[in-house]
Design a protein around this ligand. Structure first.
Ligand SMILES: NC(=O)c1ccc[n+]([C@@H]2O[C@H](COP(=O)([O-])OP(=O)(O)OC[C@H]3O[C@@H](n4cnc5c(N)ncnc54)[C@H](O)[C@@H]3O)[C@@H](O)[C@H]2O)c1
Length: 474
């Protein structure tokens, strides 16, 4: 059976729902949210801090495609080409174009609802504090801040903050993880006992971001478990439905380091590397190809062949992956126990062909098995023996649609305080729900550095002076 149904809700949501019967006789249910029609909505006016990858390609692009929801009213960005691109595309008056976030807070536009913080990890704390002082709604990139002390400072300062303050934990806004949460809530697999989550970072992605790129060095940005996997800590906390009680972690930097460099490898790929054929990380293979989207658009704003070649000759992305100043791990595991007894294992690895996440949830009455990038979930129920294949239906855009749903939720929350117009979310990423993932990540890093010592989260938080009991979103 195949069909397409259109549904208009009172809040002007248009869904396309298709139902297919697969060859095994099971219903594959697929609901695609085609677009969110918000003709009855005034856009929120936002200041964009940082017009780099996330600022330009996620937030500003969303505003360009959804002018009824979000207006970039001002931008702060030191890079001239990036700043001018935003100025031109969003027709921002000259008086609201700034080179730094500090300058922007001195001359805010009069009609301003929100600030979107898309600067690097170490440059979140001060803009957050400045935005709270001015009583603005805030959407801040993850990680909130890179250190435990700063996280605690934000937790204190934001307690009772009466504006919308959300963190970009985009995975909770994917149809994939929302569906898994819905299945858990439905009780179909009985009581949840354990979760196995694997983050396959992808070897090229890892080399780009965590060996050559912005998040390669924990002192300059943050440890991998925070920079990349605070998303996964957040998902595990959310699905487990309880704060983390204890954890231990193993891991290290095993491969991308000098001792593994071929003897004849120069410091830069373009300095005549003799290993160019067999090395998957040979920079021209990754950056001088037909693709000019991510990750290529990160290395320079001049995407001509000449521009990219120049970036590889002198910039960070032309370095041999065995001769960088990276120190973040390339493989890490975390073993967790939550206060309600749920156990979880998490693996993050650079050593995968593809970029994807896979998850298995073990329940007393069944199991759930999912692959986020394949966008498939298998539900196996013990009593009936049935297997149901579910394809949750992706929304276009980054992070399997998570980016779009997050920003939509933010705009709706700012406008009506409930997010009621948004099919996924409804304020699920408010900052009070985001501290636990960060404390889990800080504790995991400490455990790893101390030879997988078991860390008790209550004690860890007490020693850090945090009042968080991790129960905010439960
Ligand atoms: N939610 C996610 O899944 C996700 C994915 C990738 C990155 N991130 C996070 O998003 C943030 C931004 O990442 P990115 O990849 O866009 O980085 P980026 O380096 O591409 O962008 C940061 C921008 O901030 C600008 N900047 C520097 N100093 C500034 C100042 N004083 N005032 C204003 N702007 C300034 C830089 O010039 C740069 O353009 C980081 O915290 C990162 O960890 C989140």
């Amino acid at each position: 059976m195949e069909g397409i149904f259109f549904k208009f809700t009172p809040t002007f949501l248009l869904y396309i729902v298709s139902v297919n019967l697969n060859e095994n006789g099971f219903y594959a249910y697929c609901k695609s949210i085609c677009f969110i029609y918000t003709a009855n909505m005034e856009p929120i006016y936002s200041l964009l801090l940082g017009a780099g990858n996330r600022g330009t390609h996620v937030y500003a692009e969303f505003a360009r495609q959804n002018p009824s929801m979000l207006k970039i009213a001002a931008v702060a960005e030191p890079n001239t080409a990036r700043r001018e691109k935003i100025r031109d595309e969003h027709r921002i008056p000259t008086e609201f174009i700034f080179t730094t976030w500090e300058e922007a807070f001195e001359r805010l536009p009069p009609q301003l609802d929100a600030v979107m913080i898309a600067t690097q990890d170490k440059m979140h704390l001060e803009p957050i504090m400045a935005a709270m002082e001015r009583k603005l709604h805030i959407l801040c990139e993850k990680p909130i801040v890179p250190s435990l002390a700063e996280c605690r400072a934000i937790e204190r300062a934001s307690a009772g903050y009466d504006k919308v303050f959300m963190i970009a934990h985009v995975l909770k806004y994917t149809a994939f993880f929302s569906k898994i949460q819905e299945l858990l809530q439905s009780g179909k697999i009985g009581k949840l006992i354990g979760i196995d989550l694997i983050e396959h970072v992808g070897h090229i992605h890892h080399s780009h971001s965590f060996v050559r790129g912005n998040w390669r060095n924990s002192a300059e940005s943050s440890p991998m478990i925070l920079a990349k996997s605070c998303h996964d800590m957040d998902i595990l906390y959310w699905l487990a439905g309880s704060p983390c009680e204890s954890l231990s972690s193993n891991g290290g930097l095993y491969y991308f380091k000098k001792e593994n460099a071929p003897a004849d490898a120069p410091k830069r790929c373009l300095e005549g590397c003799p290993n160019m054929i067999e090395c998957p990380y040979y920079a021209p293979k990754i950056y001088l190809c037909a693709n000019i989207g991510w990750p290529v658009n990160v290395i320079t704003t001049d995407l001509s062949m000449e521009g990219r070649l120049a970036a590889l000759e002198t910039g960070a992305y032309g370095r041999c992956v065995f001769h960088c100043d990276n120190d973040v791990v390339d493989h890490q595991t975390v073993s967790m126990r939550f206060a309600n007894g749920v156990m979880a294992n998490f693996t993050m690895s650079a050593f995968s062909a593809e970029i994807h996440r896979s998850i298995k949830l073990f329940g007393t009455a069944g199991e759930i098995c999912g692959d986020m990038e394949e966008n498939t979930i298998q539900l196996k129920e013990f009593t009936t023996g049935n297997t149901e294949l579910i394809e949750p239906g992706k929304t276009a855009g980054g992070h399997s649609g998570g980016d779009r749903h997050l920003i939509t939720d933010f705009a709706c929350m700012v406008r009506d305080g409930s997010g009621s117009q948004n099919p996924i979310g409804k304020g699920r990423n408010m900052i009070r729900n985001s501290f636990e993932s960060h404390y889990m990540a800080f504790a995991a890093e400490q455990s790893r550095l101390e030879g997988a010592r078991t860390i008790w989260l209550a004690e860890f938080k007490r020693n850090a002076g945090t009042e968080s009991d991790g129960a905010a979103s439960m």
